[in-house]
Design a protein around this ligand. Structure first.
Ligand code: SF4
Length: 703
């Protein structure tokens, strides 16, 4: 019998609703859910082919264990697998302390999975060594929002895209990375041609093709651009003095800092004509409603926090926040990067948008969980964590639902770290990932359509993710694996104590977690699975008694800071870490393709998704190719200070001279060498600890 189950897409942060067609055993088809507010029935090429990506040949089906490096893993049962893991973790913790183990999780996990990992790491093990691949994705936006507005809360809604008069997209090829939202923008612009679109991107992309004004700035110069725009806005009297005086602080310091960012200086530094800058400022300054959208181009940078803050400054200076069609709106890369932040799944956070460094916050969560205390010692962020593994400080590492052996920068070192780590557990749906090769224990996880929980999308909207079919083989839901392991570990670490992990289903985790959001900026303690099912997906905050979520934040001009005022952040432009120099004269940018997702563990199983781009190609400017006597399709060696790889080159008219582009998706399953991140560098933003994945010095020569 054919049935339909409503759920969500498991790829990007748009969080589209999907209708899964199935027969109770197998997923047969997928369609957009017309009742879901995020996508109103639309799906992109990735979402609409989800049913074609269930290839069992790539799925991890049974637990597999090896008892020594260099040995092959062999099939085992769940009981033996988790008993072994609990023994190793307990012994390691006893012998070397709680910070000798770590957990590295993922924005692909559901909120309930995340919560289970949080409780396991902080309450049971007693370590803050829990970080997520969201560190590579959104952590600069987190710092940007918290520093400027007081909380990690995108204040806008998708409907603001339709209501904006001027829209600025910075560092995002939204047409590829958030396609359904981009369709919404295209339709809005077709209906209201007077809406102006500005795109800031070093490359000419499908997104910039729709723009009224494209600013192809030199890579990494965003802070200078935003300061230059503020300089003009002030000079022309296009700022909102009333809003600044009533609702913000720190404007004078910023005003004196941006005095130096004259149009001529900024145009020169950014490599754009000065009249582009003037036009951009005029479009922003004269718009009744100004909305900005951004993504990895700002976040994945050693100046990621400063870039976020400099863009938010423009909104505060013009009073463009808290009203329809206006505000600074970060686009979330992954399906549940927001849920991870909400549950505290970055090493510096705790559940309910709390901070691990805050003693009061630690005491609140410890009290709620009924444990004496939570760990004070700061946790390691993604890059630090793998450095600690490589240095032998982390002796047992649990990786869930992510592929660091493909996605982290400076890959050679990541592989060395994983090879040297005494015990690596990988909890994963697809055994084909590069990271699985390093697993001493591989635990098969349920995947899309096979598990239940919740996710929060870019506009703070929480959807109920529903299970349509059973997981294949012996695969289990992520929360169930984590809690089963935790119960075994607590029998060793706190024998005789009542279990902290007596959860029977995902909903029980949600019910325990949600009071931790009560009376906080993200309060969704009034929400339940039943209410989502009745009212549809809802945007937080959703306190008890609510009948609908909150579309927009800060409409009253009050911000969740100590003074209630938003803060201007005054920081100078800093150049990217790697300067161009004779040995590495080109700048490598990495980014997404339209039809692939992350490390391709799922999309790489569907032939149809290779129709758009068949293979990894290095894109180069024609003049740079001519100087090196390179021809289209020729194999080249790409070298950075960290490593090299060999792949074909292709002329790319979208790139200015001196720049090259490589899609982020291809790992060593597809390339000669360790994949594209063998080239990228592990330098991080000092506040967000997000690495600079979009800016590496390279040289290219004939292979
Ligand atoms: Fe899935 Fe994102 Fe495409 Fe929507 S836009 S169908 S969430 S990949």
């Amino acid at each position: 019998m054919r049935m339909t189950t409503a759920s969500t897409c498991c790829y990007c942060g748009v969080g589209c609703g999907v209708l899964i067609e199935h027969d109770g055993e197998r997923i047969l088809d997928v369609a957009g859910d017309p009742s879901h507010p995020a996508n109103l029935g639309k799906l992109c090429s990735k979402g609409s082919t989800l049913h074609l990506t269930g290839d069992l040949g790539a799925r991890a089906l049974y637990p597999e264990l090896r008892l020594g490096k260099g040995l092959a893993r062999s099939r085992t049962d769940w009981d033996s697998a988790l008993e072994h893991a609990a023994n190793v973790f307990a012994e390691t913790i006893r012998e070397h302390g709680p910070d000798s183990v770590a957990f590295y999780v993922s924005g692909q996990l559901l909120t309930e999975d995340y919560y289970a990992f949080n409780k396991l790491a902080r309450a049971l093990v007693g370590t803050n060594n829990l970080d997520s691949n969201s560190r590579l994705c959104m952590s600069s936006a987190v710092v940007g929002y918290k520093r400027s507005l007081g909380a990690d809360a995108p204040p806008c809604s998708y409907e603001d895209i339709e209501l904006a008069d001027c829209l600025l997209i910075a560092g995002s090829n939204m047409a590829y990375a958030h396609p359904v939202l981009f369709r919404r923008l295209e339709e809005a612009k077709a209906k209201r041609p007077e809406m102006t679109l500005i795109v800031v991107d070093p490359r000419r992309t499908d997104t910039s093709e729709l723009a009224d004004l494209h600013l192809p700035i030199l890579p990494g110069t965003d802070v200078a651009l935003f300061h230059g725009l503020l300089h003009i806005l002030m000079w022309e009297g296009w700022i909102d003095r009333r809003f600044i005086d009533a609702h913000t602080e720190g404007f004078d310091a910023l005003k004196s800092l941006v005095r130096d960012y004259t149009p001529a200086m900024v145009a020169d530094l950014c490599g754009i004509p000065v009249d582009y800058l003037q036009t951009c400022a005029r479009l922003i300054g004269s718009a009744p409603a100004f909305l900005s959208l951004w993504c990895m181009g700002l976040n994945q940078s050693t100046a990621g926090s400063a870039k976020n803050s400099a863009l938010i400054n423009l909104h505060l200076a013009t009073g463009q926040i808290g009203k329809p069609g206006a505000g600074p709106f970060s686009l979330t890369g992954q399906p549940n990067a927001m849920g991870g932040r909400e549950t505290g799944s970055l090493s510096n956070l705790l559940p309910g948008h709390r901070d691990a460094a805050n003693a009061e916050h630690r005491a609140e969560v410890a009290g709620y969980w009924g444990v004496e205390q939570l760990p004070k010692q700061p946790g390691l962020s993604a890059i630090e964590l793998f450095e600690a593994v490589r240095a032998g400080k982390i002796k047992a590492l649990w990786i869930a639902c992510t592929n660091p052996a493909q996605s982290l920068p400076d890959q050679q070192k990541v592989h060395e770290a994983l090879a040297a780590c005494p015990f690596v557990v990988v909890q994963e749906a697809f055994f084909t990932t590069e990271t699985c090769r390093h697993a001493d224990l591989l635990l098969p996880a349920a995947s899309w359509g096979e598990k239940e929980g919740t996710v929060t999308n870019s506009e703070r909207r929480i959807s109920h993710v529903r299970r349509a079919v059973p997981a294949p083989g012996e695969a289990r839901a992520d929360w169930a694996i984590t809690c089963d392991f935790a119960r075994r570990l607590e029998r060793r670490l706190r024998p005789g104590e009542p279990s902290l992990f007596a959860f029977e289903n995902a909903e029980a985790l949600f019910e325990e977690y949600k009071p931790l959001t009560a009376a906080r900026d993200l309060d969704y303690s009034g929400l339940s699975y039943a209410l989502i099912d009745t009212l549809g997906p809802q945007q937080w905050p959703f306190p008890p008694g609510s009948q609908q979520g909150t579309a927009r934040l800060y409409g009253d001009g009050v911000f969740p800071t100590a003074t209630g005022r938003a803060r201007f952040i005054a920081e100078h432009y800093q150049a990217p870490k790697e300067k161009r120099e004779a040995r590495y004269p080109l700048t490598l940018n990495t980014g997404r393709l339209r039809d692939q997702w992350h490390g391709m563990s799922r999309t790489g199983t569907a032939a149809r998704l290779f129709g758009h781009v068949e293979e990894a190609l290095l894109g180069m400017n024609a003049e740079d190719m001519r100087r090196r006597r390179l021809l289209d399709g020729q194999l080249v060696q790409v070298k950075s200070r960290r490593g090299s790889l060999i792949l074909p080159v292709q002329k790319d008219e979208s790139l200015r001279a001196g720049q090259a582009f490589l899609p982020m998706h291809w790992g060593d399953r597809f390339l000669k060498g360790l994949g594209c991140n063998v080239l990228t560098l592990a330098s991080v933003d000092p506040l967000s600890k997000q690495p600079e994945l979009k800016h590496a010095g390279i040289e290219v020569e004939q292979a």
